[in-house]
Design a protein around this ligand. Structure first.
Ligand SMILES: Nc1ncnc2c1ncn2[C@@H]1O[C@H](COP(=O)(O)OP(=O)(O)OP(=O)(O)O)[C@@H](O)[C@H]1O
Length: 870
C-alpha cells in the first residue's frame, strides 16, 4: 500500500505515485546507492531478506517503515524475493542526479515475477522456467507456455483433463488467468499454482491475434501451424501482453510459437505421471526416473530430456531414429567420449542468446557464448563424418557461426570482466581512438613514475610517493621526517599523523590528461560493447538452432552412456499390439537395492488375443507394484528413444499409458479416498484405445472387501469385453479374482512367488503362472514388528476365514469373530497372560496396603520380564 501522510516529502510523493501503479508488486525504489522499500513492502522485504527494518521520519507524522540494501547487491536479494513468490517492481533513477536540481526522475524499469525471470540466481539450469496463461472458453481451454530465459513459446488447447496434464508436465512457475475465472481455475486445477489474475479484456481474440502477428512481424499465424487454435491463440496473446506490462519489451529471441501436438505423443494423464514418479515424487527424497536416466551434460540437454520424458513419441520412424543413434554411439565409444567432452565446454547457449536479445548480457557471457560456439565446431565435424544418418543431419545443420565468433574474438579481451564499467573489455587493435586514449593514460602513468624519480633526486626525499584518492585526485606524499625538504612551489593539501600531502602544477596537468582519458575509455568501451550486442541480435536464430541440436545430441549421448553404464538393451519397436519383455527390470529400484542384493528380473507378455489381462496376486511387499511400474517404464523409455533395462524387449507401439493405484493415503480435495479412486479409474475406462497399456494396482482396496472385489471384478470384466482390448496388468490382494479366468479367456493368472517357511515367507520375486491361494499380509505385519498377540490372533482369524466358502458364511464368520474379539480381549491364548489375569482377579483390594500393591505389581512385572527373556 502507498504510504499516506499529510506532510509528504517530494520523494515520498514520487514514491506513492509510482507505487499506486504497481499495487500488487513489491517496489524496490532506488535512492542514491540504495534500493529502498517502504511501508508494508519494507516489512515483507525485511522478513524475507533478513535485513533491518527501520523507520523513516521516526516519531513524526510521516513516519513509515523502511528497509533497504545497497544497489550492487540486487543480484543477491532479488532472487530471494522472487523465490518467495513476490512480484518485484524495480524502480530506477532515470537521469543522472548530478545533472538535475529537481528531484531525480524515476520509473519502473522491470517487473520481475516468478514466471518472468532472466536472473541466473532465480533460474535452475536444467529446468525451464515457464510462464503460463490459461484461457477458459465454453468448449475448450486454451493454454500457452513461454520461457523468457530460453525463448521457447508453446501453445495448445483441449479439455480440462488435457490441460491439467500439461500443467503437470510443464510445471509453470506462474499461471496467468482472467480475474473472472479465478474460482473456475482453482476448482478445475487446484490451488497449488502461483497465479496472477489479469483483466478480462486481455483475453480477446482480435487483441490476442494482433499482439502475436505484431510480435512475429507476420500477416497471419498460419506459418506456425496454430491458426486454427482459437483458444490457444488467446492464451498466447495474453502472455505477450503480460510481458509488455512487466516492461519486458526486448523479445527478439522469441522467434516462433509452436503447437504442442496432442496426437503426436503418448498420452499419460497426471495420475500416471505422478504414480510413475517420472520427475517428481510426493516424497521429496525419493529418486525419480529422471534422476536415474539423466546423463546429459549441458543445460539444454537437461531441459530437453525433461520434455522428452513428458512427451514420449508415437511416431515409429522418429523413435527408431533415436534408437539408431543411441545404438551407434554406444558402439562407437571413441566418438561418444569425444562428443561428450566437447559438450562439456558448451554453456547455456539458449539463455546466453536470450540475454543478448534482452540486452542483459555482460562481456564475460559474450566470451562464454563464443567459446561455446567454438566447441561446436569439432562436434559438427564429428557428427558429419559419422556413419549414422540422423547424426549426419545434426552435423550438417549445426552452424559454425564463424563470423560471429571472429567478431567477438576481434572485439573483446578473452578475460573480459563481468562488468563493462571495470574496463579491459574491448580488445586492443579494434578502435584506434580507444588505443590512443589507453596509450595516453598509460604514458601519463609512466610520466608520473618518471616525475617521482626526478623529484626524489631533486629534493633528496627518499620516501616520496605519488598516489591518488577521490577527494583531491593525485598528490605527492612526504613523511614528516622530510617535511623541511619540500620545495616552496608545492601546495599542501592534507596533513596526516605521520605525513603531509601536496599537489603541484605539473601533477594536476597530467592528472587531467589521465583522468580525462580514463573517462573517455570507459564511455567508448561501453558504447562499443553495446554495439556488439546489438549486432549479435542477427545471430539469435542460428544460435537457438544450435542450442536445440546440441540439446538433442546431448540427450542421445546420455542415452548411450546410460545404456552402457546400466546394461540396457536395444528394444524392438513395431506396429504390432504385443508387449514382450524378457528379464525386465525396474530402472529405479534396481539402483536403490542394498549392496549385494540383485534385482530379480521378470518376463511380461501381453497381447490382444490370448493374454490381454494379467491378474497378479502375491503377498504384500512381494514386488507386484514393481512389476507393474517397470512394464510402464520400459515402454516409456523405449518410446522416448532410450534403450531399456531388460534382456529383450519387443514393444508394439503404445499410445496411452494409464496407471491407477488403489487409494490408501491418497486423500485429496476433501473427497473420500474411495471416491477419488473410482473417479480416476472411470477416466481410464472412458479413454482406452487398442494401443493402451493399463496398469491397475490394488484398485478397489479403498472400500470393504466385498465391494472391493466386486468393483475390481467389474473393471476387469469391462476391460476384457471392451472392443479395444487394452493390454492390462492388474495387481491385487483379492485372490478371489483368480476365478475370473474360468469365464474370461484372455485373463491369465500370475503370482509373484514366495517361499513359505515355518512361520515366515521368503520373497523370491519371480512372476510365475497361476493364482495364489491366500494373502500373506500377516507375515509382513510380523516383519514390521507387530506385537505377538495381534499376530497370533490374526492367524487364528485367518484360518477360520479360509475355511469358509460362501460369502454369507464368510460375513457371518467375520461378525462372530468380531464379537469374539471384543468379549475375549483378556482371553488371549497366552498362558502367561492367563496367569496374570488370575493373579489380578484374586487380589482383595479392600485389604491391600500400598506397599503390598507395589510388591504385587513388581511380581507381575517379573513374570513378564522372565517371559520376554525366555
Ligand atoms: N524384482 C525385485 N527384485 C528385488 N527387489 C524387489 C523386486 N521387486 C520389488 N522389490 C523390493 O520389494 C519392495 C516392495 O515391492 P512392491 O512395492 O512392488 O511390493 P507389492 O507386492 O506391490 O507390495 P504391496 O502389496 O504391499 O503394495 C520394493 O520396494 C523393492 O525394494
Amino acid at each position: 500500500m502507498a504510504a499516506k501522510s499529510k506532510k509528504e516529502t517530494p520523494l515520498m510523493k514520487q514514491y506513492n505515485a509510482i507505487k499506486a501503479k504497481y499495487p500488487d508488486a513489491l517496489l524496490l525504489f532506488r535512492v542514491g546507492d540504495f534500493y529502498e522499500t517502504f511501508g508494508e513492502d519494507a516489512v515483507k522485504a525485511a522478513g524475507i531478506l533478513g535485513i533491518i527494518l527501520t523507520k523513516r521520519g521516526a516519531g513524526s507524522e510521516s513516519e513509515i517503515e523502511l528497509a533497504g540494501f545497497p544497489h550492487h547487491s540486487i543480484n543477491t536479494y532479488l532472487p530471494k524475493l522472487v523465490k518467495a513468490g513476490e512480484r518485484v517492481a524495480i524502480c530506477d533513477q532515470l537521469e543522472d542526479p548530478k545533472l538535475t536540481k529537481n528531484i531525480v526522475k524515476r520509473g519502473v524499469t522491470e517487473l520481475v515475477t516468478p514466471g518472468v525471470a532472466l536472473n541466473d540466481e532465480v533460474l535452475v539450469s536444467k529446468s525451464n522456467n515457464f510462464l503460463c496463461s490459461v484461457y477458459f472458453d465454453k468448449k475448450y481451454i486454451g493454454i500457452s507456455f513461454l520461457d523468457i530465459s530460453t525463448g521457447e513459446f508453446l501453445t495448445s488447447q483441449g479439455n480440462a483433463e488435457y490441460i491439467d496434464k500439461l500443467l503437470q508436465n510443464f510445471n509453470p512457475s506462474e499461471v496467468l488467468v482472467s480475474k473472472q475465472k479465478r474460482t473456475l481455475f482453482n476448482e478445475t486445477f487446484g490451488k497449488d499454482f502461483h497465479t496472477f489474475y489479469m483483466e478480462d479484456w486481455v483475453y480477446q481474440t482480435d487483441y490476442a491475434y494482433e499482439t502475436l502477428v505484431k510480435h512475429f512481424n507476420t500477416k497471419t499465424l498460419k506459418g506456425f501451424g496454430i491458426e486454427d487454435l482459437y483458444e490457444g491463440i488467446i492464451a498466447s496473446g495474453s502472455i505477450l501482453h503480460y510481458l509488455g506490462e512487466t516492461q519486458h519489451n526486448k523479445l527478439q529471441h522469441i522467434t516462433s510459437i509452436s503447437r504442442i501436438a496432442e496426437d503426436a505423443y503418448v498420452w499419460m494423464d497426471k495420475f500416471t505421471i505422478r504414480n510413475l514418479e517420472l520427475y517428481n515424487s510426493t516424497n521429496n527424497n525419493a529418486v525419480t526416473l529422471l534422476n536415474i536416466i539423466d546423463r546429459t551434460i549441458s543445460p539444454m540437454g537437461g531441459r530437453l530430456l525433461k520434455r522428452w520424458l513428458a512427451l514420449p513419441l508415437k511416431n515409429l520412424d522418429k523413435i527408431k531414429q533415436r534408437h539408431e543413434v543411441v545404438h551407434y554411439l554406444s558402439n562407437e565409444n571413441g566418438t561418444l567420449q569425444k562428443i561428450q567432452n566437447h559438450i562439456k565446454h558448451i554453456g547455456d547457449l539458449e539463455r546466453l542468446i536470450s540475454k543478448v536479445a534482452t540486452a542483459k548480457v555482460n562481456p564475460r557471457e559474450v566470451i562464454q557464448l563464443k567459446n561455446s560456439l567454438e566447441a561446436i565446431v569439432p562436434i559438427k565435424a564429428l557428427a558429419t563424418n559419422c556413419d549414422n544418418e540422423s547424426l549426419k543431419i545434426i552435423g550438417d545443420t549445426l552452424q559454425g557461426c564463424d563470423v560471429l565468433r571472429a567478431k567477438i574474438k576481434e572485439m573483446l579481451y578473452e578475460d573480459a570482466p563481468v562488468n563493462v564499467l571495470k574496463g579491459h573489455t574491448i580488445a586492443p587493435g579494434f578502435s584506434t581512438e580507444l588505443d590512443e586514449l589507453r596509450g595516453l593514460s598509460k604514458s601519463g602513468k609512466d610520466y608520473l613514475d618518471k616525475m617521482l624519480q626526478r623529484e626524489t633526486e631533486r629534493t633528496g626525499i627518499t620516501s616520496l610517493k605519488i598516489d591518488s584518492n577521490n577527494v583531491f585526485g593525485y598528490y605527492i606524499e612526504v613523511r614528516n621526517t622530510h617535511k623541511d625538504k619540500v620545495p616552496e612551489s608545492w601546495i599542501r593539501k592534507q596533513t596526516l599523523v605521520s605525513a603531509e600531502r601536496y599537489i603541484t602544477e605539473e601533477l594536476k596537468e597530467y592528472e587531467a590528461k589521465i583522468l580525462g582519458a580514463e573517462d573517455k575509455i570507459m564511455a567508448i568501451e561501453q558504447q562499443l560493447f553495446a554495439e556488439l550486442v546489438g549486432w549479435m541480435n542477427q545471430y539469435i536464430k542460428p544460435v537457438q538452432q544450435n542450442a536445440f541440436l546440441i540439446g538433442q545430441l546431448d540427450c542421445l549421448c546420455g542415452f548411450a552412456q546410460l545404456a552402457k553404464d546400466n546394461n540396457y538393451i536395444y528394444p524392438v519397436i513395431d506396429e504390432s499390439h504385443d508387449l514382450e519383455i524378457k528379464d525386465g527390470r525396474h530402472p529405479v529400484i534396481e539402483k536403490q537395492l542394498p549392496i549385494g542384493e540383485a534385482y530379480i528380473a521378470n518376463d511380461v507378455f501381453l497381447d490382444r488375443t490370448n493374454q490381454q489381462i494379467i491378474m497378479i496376486t502375491g503377498p504384500n511387499m512381494s514386488g507386484k507394484s514393481a512389476i507393474l511400474r517397470q512394464t510402464a517404464l520400459i515402454v516409456l523409455l523405449a518410446q522416448i528413444g532410450s534403450f531399456v533395462p531388460a534382456k529383450e524387449a519387443r514393444i508394439g507401439l503404445v499410445d496411452k499409458i494409464f496407471t491407477r493405484v488403489g487409494a490408501s493415503d491418497n486423500i485429496s480435495m476433501g473427497e473420500s479416498t474411495f471416491m477419488v479412486e473410482m473417479n480416476e479409474t472411470a477416466s481410464i475406462l472412458n479413454n482406452i484405445s487398442d494401443r493402451s497399456l493399463v496398469l491397475l494396482d490394488e484398485i478397489g482396496r479403498g472400500t470393504s472387501t466385498y465391494d472391493g472385489i466386486s468393483i475390481a471384478w467389474a473393471i476387469s470384466e469391462y476391460l476384457h469385453e471392451h472392443p479395444a482390448k487394452p493390454k492390462t496388468l492388474f495387481a491385487t490382494h483379492y485372490h478371489e479374482l483368480n476365478e475370473m479366468t474360468e469365464t474370461f479367456g484372455r485373463i491369465k493368472n500370475y503370482n509373484v512367488s514366495v517361499k513359505e517357511l515355518k512361520d515366515n515367507v521368503l520373497f523370491i520375486r519371480k512372476l510365475v503362472e497361476g493364482g495364489s491361494a491366500h494373502s500373506f499380509g500377516i507375515h509382513v505385519a510380523k516383519m514390521a514388528g507387530m506385537p505377538q498377540q495381534v499376530l497370533h490372533r490374526a492367524n487364528a482369524i485367518l484360518k477360520k476365514l479360509e475355511k469358509s466358502h460362501s460369502s454369507e458364511e464368510l460375513t457371518d464368520k467375520v461378525k462372530t469373530l468380531a464379537d469374539d474379539m471384543q468379549l475375549s480381549f483378556f482371553n488371549l491364548d497366552d498362558p502367561l497372560l492367563e496367569n496374570i489375569k488370575d493373579e489380578i482377579l484374586h487380589i482383595d483390594i479392600d485389604t491391600l496396603t500400598p506397599v503390598e500393591a507395589l510388591m504385587k505389581l513388581n511380581e507381575i512385572k517379573r513374570m513378564l520380564v522372565k517371559k520376554k527373556r525366555a
